[in-house]
Design a protein around this ligand. Structure first.
Ligand code: GLA
Length: 683
């Protein structure tokens, strides 16, 4: 008995192992499913350790690592899972396939429900599990990973990850793993700048073979484990909620739903994963691909930092409107007591010294200039110097009597407490009730360093609860204020994952806006996340970190690679710079649908003398070409998104796709270090 879950171009085939050993992966190659075989090396392995189980518990599989570790009050650790065949259900309506299966623990204390889903609209397989305490006493889940993936690839494997830190997010790295385990993750209560919860796995061979990608749709502390057992035929990728800091207490009758894990197969190799992730994000996670949902932003943070004054903001708004900006966003510094980063967080009303008549005059001024109005908030944070902390010192995470730790002079509010989540919803509702606020940037500027809640037996679940509370408030905004665009941010790219993409419209990938650094960050970002969510601003020189000069056109083309924004101090821009900026904003309008929805191809890497990002739809291909100061006079790129046999308008000329694909000359007409090529389909 096996079940075939169809995706747009591949299939995920699940079988049942003999003796009620449960669902196993039969085939995930896109070819004809062949009978699956247990690992050949049987000596010294139990049967359960030989099979590619979708979900296994310690106590069922004892040699290899398991997805679930459960501890009972009588000291028994683990569970022996039995998966009766009549507890498997499969539905397929021609659009979606759903497989569910239930396991019982032989001691009658837990059940596990496995859910595997696919859709013909994309290639991503989505899986989660629900663990239920069906016994009469509480139990603890010291590990409750999501269902695992047994990729049909043996060691040595090549594992692609996106690693970094603050201002260096999404740096691609490759690990060659002949045998052993590699683990990435976060214990910070947020996704983290250090690792993005997504991996790409291929065989380590000279020729590019098929690739598999695995991601977690989860914004709390997490772990992804790539497990290559020596001399076996499959690589296990497991993961879910982080299992060092988190223990989940299940009272009788309670259930825990694991984070959703996402998997994708690309027969055409690692570069084929990118487009498949993008399609999934556009068709499933994005609420709409309407251009209005992702407007061209001006954000005043770099121009003013905490020194927010109405007259100055309106001067900036004048300039922004003249450039063609669509939404003016006031960043940090507008609320009570916020003169620097030492005070104010928690006191979410306009500072009476800066806004004696409230936000009204500023909002009206921005609207009068023809733009939407947006604002920055950081609901999960509180400064010790705030009225909120004075009133509710118990609302922050605490680990017993250990002294509280500040990062950026702030604490983290305990979003595992209902009253804190309700407080956040309350003031956000009040703020957004002014329907003229139509853009919200939600920030989170520190990790949770000492999660916990003294006296609460569920305190060790804080990271699960925090992620849940955060998503709950974000969902409220989406449901009750659908006219508001939400930009998710965490000190740059500290919280970007598929769960955040499901509740936001755009994300801020990094605080680093220096153009060449940014290009490198965006290159990594685009390997897993779509350009339609990639918020990017043009800022001024010199950058804090990236001091190599770049033309204004270069900086624009970097920001035009995703959702264009401007963050420079417009008051200091010359008339020539403003004119060029207005022209490039107008050109962005002509290409943004292609940038947001097109297939992305990269040419080289950002450190090359010339690097290009290409976007292609049925109607248009766009190439953003980046050179260095010592650029060659002309370079050739070979577009890959053109339709065979079609003809395209390239400037004044009509050229065939074949001629263009053979080599398109880029003359760097726009600037010595940057050029924009637009190829419009003629017929
Ligand atoms: C974080 C964000 C920035 C800005 C500042 C404001 O660092 O990533 O974009 O909003 O906070 O304090």
């Amino acid at each position: 008995m096996s079940w075939c879950l169809e995706t747009a171009t591949t299939r995920y085939v699940v079988d049942l192992a003999p003796d009620s050993a449960g669902p196993v992966l039969q085939d995930w190659t896109g070819g004809e499913p062949a009978p699956w075989l247990p690992e050949r090396i049987a000596s010294f392995l139990s049967e359960a350790d030989r099979i590619p189980s979708e979900y296994s518990a310690l106590g069922t599989r004892q040699v290899r690592g398991a997805e679930l570790i459960v501890e009972h009050p009588d000291g028994v650790v683990g569970a022996r899972l039995v998966w009766p065949e009549d507890e498997v259900a499969f539905t397929d309506d021609g659009l979606r396939s759903v497989l569910t299966a239930r396991a019982f623990d032989t001691s009658g204390r837990v059940t596990v429900d496995l859910v595997v889903e696919t859709s013909r609209a994309h290639d991503v397989v989505s899986k989660h599990a629900v663990i239920t305490n069906v016994g009469s006493e509480p139990c603890s889940l010291t590990r409750a990973f999501s269902p695992a993936w047994h990729l049909p690839v043996a060691g040595p494997v090549r594992v692609g990850i996106l690693a970094g830190h603050w201002s260096r997010e999404f740096t691609p790295s490759t690990i060659v793993l002949p045998a052993g385990e590699v683990s990435i993750g976060s214990r910070q209560g947020i996704t983290s700048h250090d690792y993005s919860p997504v991996v790409a796995v291929t065989a380590d061979s000279a020729t590019e073979g098929p690739a598999w990608g695995v991601a977690l749709a989860y914004s709390g502390s997490w772990r992804l484990l790539i497990d290559v057992p020596p001399f076996r035929s499959r690589t296990r990728v497991a993961g879910g909620g982080e299992d060092e800091t988190c223990v989940i207490l299940l009272e009788p009758g309670e259930s825990f739903t694991t984070p959703t894990t996402l998997g994708v197969h690309a027969p055409d190799g690692v570069s084929g994963l990118r487009g498949r992730w993008h399609t999934y994000q556009r068709t499933v996670l994005a609420r709409s691909m309407d251009i209005a949902v992702r407007p061209i932003v001006y954000n005043s943070w770099y121009a003013t930092t905490f020194d927010v004054r109405i007259d100055h903001q309106l001067d900036l708004a004048d300039s922004a409107a003249a450039l063609g900006v669509e939404v003016f966003v006031v960043d940090d510094g507008w609320f009570s007591g916020r003169d620097d980063d030492r005070g104010g967080l928690g006191d979410w009303w306009p500072d009476a010294r800066k806004f004696p008549d409230g936000l009204d005059p500023l909002i009206s001024g921005v609207l009068d200039r023809g733009m939407r109005f947006g604002i920055w908030v950081e609901p999960e944070a509180v400064n010790p110097r705030s009225l909120l902390f004075e009133a509710h010192p118990d609302w922050v995470y605490r680990a017993g009597d250990r002294p509280l730790v500040t990062v950026r002079n702030q604490y983290v509010l305990d979003f595992g407490r209902t009253e804190v989540v309700e407080w956040a919803k309350g003031w956000l509702r009040a703020l957004l009730a002014d329907t003229r606020i139509t853009y919200l940037k939600w920030d989170m500027n520190r990790p949770v360093t000492d999660g916990g809640r003294p006296g609460d037996p569920h305190g060790r679940e804080w990271s699960v609860q925090h992620a849940r509370g955060y998503l709950d408030v974000m969902r409220m905004i989406r449901e009750e204020f659908p006219h508001v665009t939400v930009e998710a941010c965490s000190g740059g790219g500290g919280r970007i994952d598929a769960a955040v993409l499901a509740v936001s419209d755009v994300v801020w990938p990094s605080d680093e806006t220096g153009p060449r650094d940014r290009l490198a960050i965006q290159h990594g970002f685009l390997s897993a996340y779509g350009p339609h969510v990639m918020s990017s601003w043009v800022t001024d020189e010199p950058d804090r970190l990236d001091t190599e000069p770049a033309s204004l056109a270069f900086r624009f083309l970097v920001a035009m690679a995703g959702v264009l924004g401007i963050g420079g101090d417009l008051g200091s821009w010359t008339p020539q710079q403003r004119a060029l900026a207005a022209e490039l904003v107008a050109r962005y309008r002509d290409i943004r649908e292609t940038v947001h929805t097109g297939r992305v191809e990269t040419h080289g890497v950002p450190s090359d003398p010339v690097y290009a990002v290409e976007y292609g739809t049925a109607a248009q291909t766009v190439l953003l070409v980046y050179g260095r100061a010592h650029r060659p006079d002309k370079v050739t790129v070979r577009p890959r998104t053109l339709r065979a046999g079609a003809r395209y308008r390239h400037g004044e000329q009509i050229v065939t796709a074949e001629d263009l694909s053979a080599g398109l000359t880029v003359g760097f007409a726009l600037a010595p270090d940057a050029d924009l090529v637009v190829l419009d389909l003629v017929d």
